[in-house]
Design a protein around this ligand. Structure first.
Ligand code: C5P
Length: 239
């Protein structure tokens, strides 16, 4: 039987790296909230998908009002976030039954293409965990935070440390899983090494599969990213 599609949209971060009072997921680009654009990408790719939106507890009312005021009529199961991303995902999984395909996606990645979303759900039906990655284009350095003679923070080399760029890839979202496997993985105790869902599933001993992601699928994190996001939107709207 075909697995039902769910997407968990992670939007419970406080967005402190951006500055300002309103977390970045609620900021508008091109007249629409970033979070709305992200949800729309999934609904457009997979009509009938179940959307679980994870929000900061203090912004649940704000988001409900925003959806009404901006005429964004999309059924969403709203879940309150946790202290870390891990705890937020765990809260959301209480709304996802076993036997489904569940994507976990950052609410601040609005430019994921419907083509990648569709392609990934198709492939994820056949593997337990599917992760989009991009080959690393920069030369990478392993450095440590130190103090100079005056006690000021500086970066210093780690003697002998070498990173082979050919082996390095950056992980993106959406990461798609068989829901019962993701649920089991999230019953583990929290570890600070869990920076994405793939790391949680991998620590639980499950095999990961990979697809090549998309350069424009940026995670809007800083003020500079907001400038980039506006430029990407213009290009997408023109094409
Ligand atoms: O902090 P980071 O940049 O890794 O956040 C990635 C995504 O996870 C963001 O969309 C953010 O809103 C979400 N998040 C969350 N709950 C937290 C922390 C982050 O839903 N406690």
């Amino acid at each position: 039987m075909e697995r039902k599609k769910y997407v968990v949209i992670m939007a419970a971060g406080s967005g402190t790296r951006m500055g300002g009072d309103l977390p970045k997921q609620f900021m508008e680009i091109g007249g629409k909230a970033i979070l709305r654009r992200t949800i729309e990408a999934f609904v457009q790719a997979c009509p009938g998908i179940t959307v679980v939106t994870v929000l900061p507890e203090v912004h649940v009312g704000y988001w409900r009002d925003y959806c009404i005021k901006s005429n964004f009529i999309c059924p969403q199961i709203i879940v309150k976030g946790g202290i870390t991303r891990f705890h937020s995902v765990r809260n959301a999984l209480s709304k996802v039954p076993d036997g489904a395909l569940v994507a976990v996606h950052d609410g601040v990645r609005p430019f994921v293409s419907p083509e990648l979303i569709r392609k990934m759900y198709e492939r994820a039906a056949h593997v337990p965990a599917l992760i989009p990655v991009l080959p690393c284009v920069d030369t990478m350095k392993m450095l440590e935070k130190k103090k100079d003679a005056d006690g000021n923070p500086v970066l210093g080399e780690i003697p002998g440390a070498h990173v082979d760029r050919e082996l390095l890839y950056g992980a993106q979202t959406p990461q798609i899983f068989h829901s019962e496997i993701l649920g089991e993985a999230y019953s583990q105790a929290y570890d600070t090494a869990f920076t994405d869902d793939a790391s949680v599933v991998s620590a639980h001993g499950k095999k990961l599969s990979f697809v090549i992601g998309e350069r424009l699928n940026i995670k809007i994190t800083t003020q500079e990213d907001l400038v980039l996001a506006k430029a990407i939107l213009e290009v997408i709207c023109r094409s």
